[in-house]
Design a binder for this molecule. Structure first.
Ligand code: BG6
Length: 485
């Protein structure tokens, strides 16, 4: 049986959902310079070169240190209005309440609270916005579940300090946490320090110029320290706080029982996800990671006391996203399949979404078991869902059967993990419960929601909200504690 206090909800992120990018005193974030794209046309950031030209680069490319952020008036940047939660939050909260959820996962926009990331005083207008949203949610019996940092950072911290490469950013982040924990004390009880910490790999999420492996490892170290400090601070300010991590739990299978495939799967798994969960759940770097750093000649710059900080800042729970699994093989010519954050080899036993992500509900049960066995920490599925195009019928209805089928099968496996395997599961918040902009492609047509938002890939549309068939399915699912699955 699911816990009595099981959290049934939906998940969003500020840069994909909130909008109001230049309102209420908000400062510029890295996500604001990211264009839309498609499956075949990657999203890029606009930069101004020292010669005064605007160039477009992917976040994963090494960004030259003398490039500055710039907005191109000719381009559409999806984060600027996103789906306008900033102005439509009352209606959205009503829809969530009608759906029957008791939790809503959202992130705060760092630059709405500290426009430059490290200002002397926080921006009262930004804090008041989240006051209003949290109060409205709570008034409807919906607990806010807050991701403190989801895939963006203040441009000012990137330009002045090289983002997470600098210890200064650790202090700025901890100050943000301090303000959040105090201001929303007693109202927000569930926090996550960094979204998909194992997928923070480019300029947009790290703010680091000229990124290479050594600079990446240093930035990551700072993020681990920042997260650990946040956990300890969260507990100190309110012992009722639950402060968790958030992992992209990419389940990997070895393609064959060839020991070389199995050994490679182990190595890939460590690099892809275990390092991140090991540090955040156990409070120290695992030996395999220390050996790898030494082998590469990378020496992390640490401060005295850091080891204690990491140890004292172990997370309370593991929030994770689960969309797909992937296959690891030593065969160099194996066909690739896309997926959340990483492309692995194809799995002939699975079907894929229209965006090429393998669909593997049983893999969710496996993931829950593997995480539970390894860490014995409460688990929270904070993202799951099917990115698919929707058709609005003439009468305005939306029959999203494929999405219902995906969710139903995943909920069924999740319940088995609890009922038959004894996993401790806190909740389920499927992704993009109200349609939002895709993080990977910047498209609007890759929809996850149970509420349709009238907007296209170029930002045109009325932004009107419409209930899909999945809205009513999820309502029944929650009302029956997942039995309809
Ligand atoms: C996760 C992110 O990677 O997957 C979300 O936390 C993202 O921000 C989600 O939107 C789905 O990915 P995409 O690329 O389909 O939006």
């Amino acid at each position: 049986m699911l816990r009595k206090d099981f959290l049934w909800g939906g998940a969003t992120a500020a840069n994909q959902f909130e909008g109001g990018f230049d309102e209420g005193g908000r400062g510029l974030a890295t996500s604001d310079t990211k264009t839309n794209g498609s499956k075949d046309r990657p999203r890029k950031h606009s930069f101004l070169t020292p010669e005064g030209n605007i160039v477009y680069l992917r976040g994963s490319e090494p960004i030259p240190a003398d490039y500055r952020c710039v907005l191109d008036p000719e381009r559409y940047y999806p984060s600027h209005r996103a789906v306008d939660f900033y102005h439509r939050w009352r209606e959205d909260v009503d829809l969530l309440a009608e759906m029957g959820v008791n939790a809503f996962r959202m992130s705060v926009s760092w630059t709405r609270i500290f426009p430059n990331g490290d200002d002397e005083v926080p921006n009262e207008e930004g804090l008041a916005f989240y006051d209003a949203v949290f109060d409205a949610l709570l008034a409807r019996g919906i607990q806010p579940v807050v991701t403190i940092n989801h895939f963006d950072m203040p441009v000012a911290l990137s330009e002045k300090y090289d983002g997470w490469l600098s210890r200064h950013t650790v202090d700025a982040y901890v100050r943000l946490c301090d303000v959040l924990f105090r201001r929303y004390c007693g109202r927000v009880r569930h926090w996550m320090t960094f979204n998909e910490i194992n997928l923070l790999r480019g300029w947009d999420t790290l703010g680091v110029h000229e990124l290479d492996d050594a600079r990446y490892q240093q930035a990551l170290y700072h993020i681990f320290v920042a997260s650990a400090k946040a956990v300890a601070l969260g507990h100190q300010i309110d012992p009722e706080n639950h402060v968790g991590m958030m992992l992209a739990a990419i389940l990997t299978y070895a393609e064959t029982c060839n020991p070389a495939d199995v050994a490679l799967e182990l190595a890939v798994g460590r690099r892809l996800k275990w390092l991140f969960a090991d540090v955040q759940c156990r409070g120290y770097y695992p030996s395999y990671a220390l050996r790898e750093l030494a082998a590469k000649g990378i020496e992390l710059v640490r401060e005295p006391g850091d080891d204690e900080v990491l140890r004292a800042g172990c997370v309370d729970y593991i929030g994770f996203s689960y969309y797909n699994s992937g296959v690891v093989t030593t065969r160099p010519d194996a066909p690739r399949a896309l997926g959340n954050g990483v492309a692995l080899a194809e799995n002939p036993y699975l079907e894929s979404s229209a965006w090429g992500w393998p669909i593997d509900p049983v893999g969710l049960r496996t993931t829950l078991n593997v995480l539970w066995d390894r860490y014995q920490k409460p688990l929270f599925v904070v993202e799951n869902g099917l990115g698919a195009e929707d058709v609005v019928e003439e009468d305005g209805s939306i029959h999203d059967e494929a999405r219902i089928d995906y969710l139903r099968r995943h909920v069924a496996e999740m319940k088995k993990a609890v009922d038959e395997d004894g996993v401790d599961l806190m909740g389920y918040t499927p992704w993009g419960v109200i349609d939002l902009v895709s993080a990977g492609t910047g498209e609007m047509k890759k929809r996850y929601g149970m509420v349709y938002v009238d907007m296209d890939d170029e930002g045109a549309g009325t932004l009107e909200r419409r209930r899909k068939d999945s809205f009513y399915w999820y309502q029944r699912c929650i009302a029956t504690s997942g039995e309809v699955a």
